[in-house]
Design a binder for this molecule. Sequence first.
Ligand code: NAP
Length: 295
Amino acid sequence: MTSYSRVALVTGANRGIGLAIVRSLCQQFSGDVVLTARDAAQGHAAVQQLQEEGLSPRFHLLDICNRQSIRALRDFLLKEYGGLDVLVNNAGIAFKDDPTSLHFQAEMTMKTNFSGTRDVCTELLPLVRPQGRVVNLSSAMSLVALKRCSPELQQKFTSETITEEELVGLMNKFVEDTKNGVHLKEGWPLGKLVPYSVSKVGLTVLSRIQARKLSEQRTGDKILLNSCSPGWVRTDMGGPKALKGPEEGAETPVYLALLPSNAEGPHGEFVLEKNVVQWEPGVELPPWLEVCGVL
Ligand code: NAP
């Protein structure tokens, strides 16, 4: 029987928090670490940067919005490793102070942050071995959006029985509602970065559904899947005024990626600063959200 090495993989890892997660995993994970990026030159440059620090990540191309690109990565993992031990879904986008229409921003943001990440999970979750760890980089902005949407939407997003199909329907409806200019009437939140926040509501809820499915369909495999917020982090997305450096932003995702093999949880939770935060509209928001100007 072939014995394969253990392997961890991070999406969108050529810069920002993703690069810091790869660095930390290279230092702490016992097995290979695959840095993925949608641009080969930027991905190789990131690998070279880490090699200069004495670390040895591997590189593979991955555009999370391209199903063929995801399948090529899946085939690589199956051939080289026979599976996957740690998956960190980090890739994401946000429009800030951008003159394009709300509908365009909603469509593009949903395509990457929700649908792209979901497609990666659809292709790669079946590869995850027993005691595997899956981390989805959501955002505390998902909590802000949950607080601000209508009671009907809040009830749907916090439901213990919502299905993946129902969630996809809601995310598509948000994009359609921005196109028709009826998003506020339909109960979607008002405020800064709404397309980003709603896409991250989708990702937090998707993570709860995926965890539930794993518990039902792979009972005994002890796979732990969670979503998290890295905090407010100084990257191209977070901006220069953010409170944490990328290494600090990587701490909670890496903690979840490296939960010990005998850990029973967290599973299906939203995690902030290594603590589980209740996914409910009444939850107290972290004070730094005020500082970062989104409240
Ligand atoms: P960033 O500096 O803007 O980096 C985003 C990364 O995602 C880049 O590597 C980018 O690749 C990649 N990416 C975007 N679309 C992609 C696609 N279709 N396929 C593959 N890769 C793609 O952002 P960050 O601050 O490091 O954020 C990382 C994650 O943390 C995101 O999910 C973000 O929403 C979340 N987060 C960040 C903060 C914060 O304060 N920074 C707060 C909460 C949550 P390119 O270089 O090719 O564009």
